[in-house]
Design a protein around this ligand. Structure first.
Ligand code: OXD
Ligand code: MN
Length: 586
């Protein structure tokens, strides 16, 4: 008797017609064999064996370097279940359109069957997925990013409880690229791209889009959040989860070397991108990191911005679309190291800064999480870690203060729902444009965002000890156009205040948008930031915020009657609080 998995693989193989089928076991021997194969066919270049042992360099097709939101679809039965912020295709239309592309697409290729677990192997919060792919590069990345192979097959046994994902590179043609999610069937189809967020199906496709839909049905949360533990001088560790839009420094924050380490505040990393959370028996929300690796943006990563990841990625890592030095080491803009002569750029051409950057702005490293010196002792805790605070954040050069605390859960949901950020290179499209990115889930919510906010509000009513909710903005600029806050390791000063507030301490001033730190509440010793700069960082200008109200209303109006009434009420309350101050100022 065959298992549901075997039957599914057989069906998909009959349609895609691969030359061979390789069931991945996740072993070292298998990994060596795949790497060897990719070295032979040119997908991989081995990096310097002395300085980067067991590390590989890869370049993608230049048309395939970032997530492609315009061809990412939520294929729910009803259009309104995908909502106004997702592209929608009916399941039947999606299958009619994309199904034929998969027909015979693996001819002459090997189909890799990649069983994987999202989450610690024995955690009840974890889930199994199986990806079929004709890309050895994808299989190798999945081995780093998930618990892949025998562990997953064993966890699955003969059960049908896995999220199937079918992936083919096709001919990597942007006109034939589709990333389809079937939230009702819990199925993923990805065609025509080998780029991480489109092709490593465990990550955005399963752990966010499909999982968010599952989480709503089953009463838990799947969020685009890093998870970190902040240790205080007494050795107590408090866990925080933070949502930022792509390429706003989540990995750097999660792995930060605390500027207050000598006073006993240290940061431990649980995860850098995704958090799955369930209410634990203690009444706290417990979070696991469903991933096993970091798929981080390379440019800007250095011994200054993220020393922990720089140390982690010196072995067993994959570098995609960065520069390659003559010494066979990876190089990118902002690495803070010389590249020497003879470097090749991410398109395989001799590096010429007049032509293009050495590394693509969205070039990536893939590195096993356990290699990070800052990895938390509890990062694989099957029960997850209890979350005391949620932090939302965006890239806002104006208006939004360094940090503020929401008044309560519904207000916090409003703060998350109205988060805005200036766009980056992590997705294709214009860079630097302000877009609303609720809970940093705009590209990742597998269902109608208004229902998602409804789910957040409902969770708040169910969690006996809900996390307190904060918002941060590391990116505010002064009138000279320069960033006001130094960021990176100094961000711990803000985390410390958040921790104090979560404990019911920490001095704060009430403003119309929430509580901001009292002038002396942030620990600023050893920091070269003037009083005037601090004031500019924490300033809440009601007139500027009032300017945001119309934009928020327009955004909310897109959701029509589905918008939870509580959010409309929060919008009205914010308007009233702002006008009270504006009237008083006149
Ligand atoms: C990512 C993203 O790769 O959010 O994590 O784009
Ligand atoms: Mn992300």
């Amino acid at each position: 008797m065959s298992t549901p998995l075997e039957r599914w693989v057989e069906e998909q193989a009959a349609h895609t017609r691969p030359k061979n089928i390789h069931w991945c076991d996740g072993s070292d021997a298998e990994s060596a064999q795949l790497n060897e194969l990719m070295l032979r066919d040119g997908t991989f270049t081995a990096l310097n064996e002395k300085t980067y042992p067991n590390c590989f360099y890869s370049r993608s097709n230049p048309n395939d370097v970032a997530r492609t939101e315009q061809v990412t679809f939520i294929c729910s039965g009803k259009k309104e279940d995908a909502g106004p912020t997702n592209n929608w295709l009916s399941p039947a239309d999606a299958k009619a359109k994309v199904g034929p592309l998969f027909k015979g697409c693996m001819e002459g290729r090997t189909m890799y069957v990649v069983p994987y677990i999202m989450g610690p192997v024995s955690s009840p919060i974890s889930k199994v997925g199986v990806q079929l792919t004709d890309s050895a590069y994808v299989a190798a990345n999945m081995r780093i990013m998930t618990r892949m192979g025998k562990v997953a097959t064993e966890r699955l046994g003969s059960s049908a409880e896995f999220v199937p994902g079918l992936h083919s590179l096709g001919d990597v043609n942007p006109d034939r690229r589709f990333i389809c999610h079937f939230p009702e069937e819990k199925l993923i189809w990805s065609f025509g791209s080998g780029y991480g967020g489109n092709a490593l199906l465990g990550k955005k496709c399963f752990a966010l889009r499909i999982a968010s839909a599952m989480a709503r049905e089953q009463g838990w949360m799947a969020e685009h959040m890093l998870i970190l533990g902040l240790e205080d001088p007494a050795g107590k560790i408090t866990y925080l989860a933070a949502a930022f839009p792509s390429a706003c420094g989540k990995t750097n924050l999660a792995m930060m070397v605390s500027a207050l380490e000598s006073s006993g505040y240290k940061v431990w990393t649980v995860g850098d991108d995704i958090s799955w959370m369930q209410i634990g028996p203690d009444g706290y929300l417990h979070a696991i990191n469903p991933e096993a690796g970091f798929f981080g943006v390379a440019p800007g990563t250095s011994a200054h911005t993220n020393p922990n990841v720089m140390e982690a990625l010196r072995k067993n890592s994959i570098f995609t679309n960065v520069g390659l030095t003559a010494n066979r080491e990876p190089w990118w803009e902002g690495i803070g190291l010389p590249h020497g002569d003879g470097m090749i750029d991410w398109q395989g051409q001799p590096y010429d800064p007049k032509v293009r950057t050495a590394a693509h702005p969205n070039s990536r490293y893939t590195v096993p999480a356990h290699q990070a010196p800052c990895i938390s002792k509890r990062w694989e805790d099957p029960a997850g870690v209890p979350i005391s605070a949620f932090i939302f954040g965006g890239r806002r050069t104006k208006t939004v203060p360094l940090v503020f605390e929401a008044f309560d859960w519904p207000h916090g949901v409003f703060v998350g729902a109205t988060m805005g950020s200036e766009t980056t290179a992590a997705a294709t499209g214009a860079v630097g444009v302000l877009r609303r990115d609720p809970m940093a889930m705009l590209p990742f919510c597998g269902y109608n965002m208004a229902d998602y906010w409804g789910h957040w509000l409902a969770m708040g009513r169910r969690i006996p000890h809900p996390p307190k909710i904060f918002h941060v903005n590391w990116f505010r600029k002064g009138s000279d156009g320069k960033f006001l806050w130094p960021g990176y390791g100094e961000n711990v000063r803000v985390l410390k205040w958040i921790l104090e507030r979560a404990e019911g301490k920490g001095k704060a001033v009430e403003t119309p948008i929430g509580f901001v730190p009292a002038p002396d509440a942030l620990t600023l010793d050893g920091l070269n930031v003037t009083r005037a700069t601090m004031e500019a960082l924490l300033r809440v200008d009601p007139a500027e915020f009032a300017g945001d109200l119309d934009d928020i209303k327009t955004f909310f109006d897109k959701f029509g009657t589905k918008l939870p009434a509580e959010l409309r009420a929060e919008h009205a309350k914010l308007g009233e609080r702002l006008s009270r101050v504006l009237v008083a100022q006149k």
